[in-house]
Design a binder for this molecule. Structure first.
Ligand code: SME
Length: 164
């Protein structure tokens, strides 16, 4: 696998996602190691969009998320399912799109620069296995396009690592 990421610089977000999806599939096909793949998916999304923070939290018990591979500033290590945007995604097993984090009750401010956030869960066997969390330093930076493509990316990861 060639390690150069190809995407239209300055392109529209959906054009960038469209370019990234097959590259993400190729990257994650290369190894059975989940952590390696979560690390590279974080790196790809950070490089392509320069989001403030991109990374994964894994469900390490039925009610606790623990920090996984990420790109960006230092982050909170443990997030209970009952707290924050990540906890809501894990608990409800549904994508959370938060245009303004200050208006989200219980938002966990790992970084004061985060203004909007999207969190997508990976659900297998009725249980949240992990979540992808992306934070932006701009208010209202995520919409249905992000949701659609990020859910596809988590579907690739689910099929790669949870369905044998
Ligand atoms: N803001 C998140 C916590 C994780 S970090 O921002 C990296 C939340 O409320 O779940």
């Amino acid at each position: 696998m060639n390690e150069t990421l190809i995407f239209p610089r300055g392109g529209k977000r959906n054009e960038i996602y469209t370019a990234l999806l097959p590259q993400i599939q190729a990257v994650i096909a290369d190894t059975d190691d989940l952590i390696a793949n979560l690390a590279n998916v974080s790196a790809i999304l950070k490089q392509a969009f320069d989001f403030h923070w991109v990374g994964f939290y894994r469900a390490t018990s039925p009610e606790m998320l623990t920090l996984g591979p990420f790109q960006g500033p230092l982050a909170c290590v443990s997030i209970p399912f009952e707290r924050g945007v990540c906890g809501a995604a894990a608990r409800e097993r549904k994508t959370q799109l938060v245009p303004d984090v200050e208006k989200f009750p219980g938002h966990i401010a790992c970084s004061g620069l985060s203004k909007s956030e999207i969190v997508v869960p990976l659900v297998y066997n009725g249980e949240t296995q992990l979540v992808l969390d992306i934070d932006s330093d701009k208010v209202n930076d995520f919409d249905a396009t992000d949701r659609e493509y990020l859910e596809q990316i988590l579907d690739f990861i689910r099929k790669r690592h949870w369905i044998v």
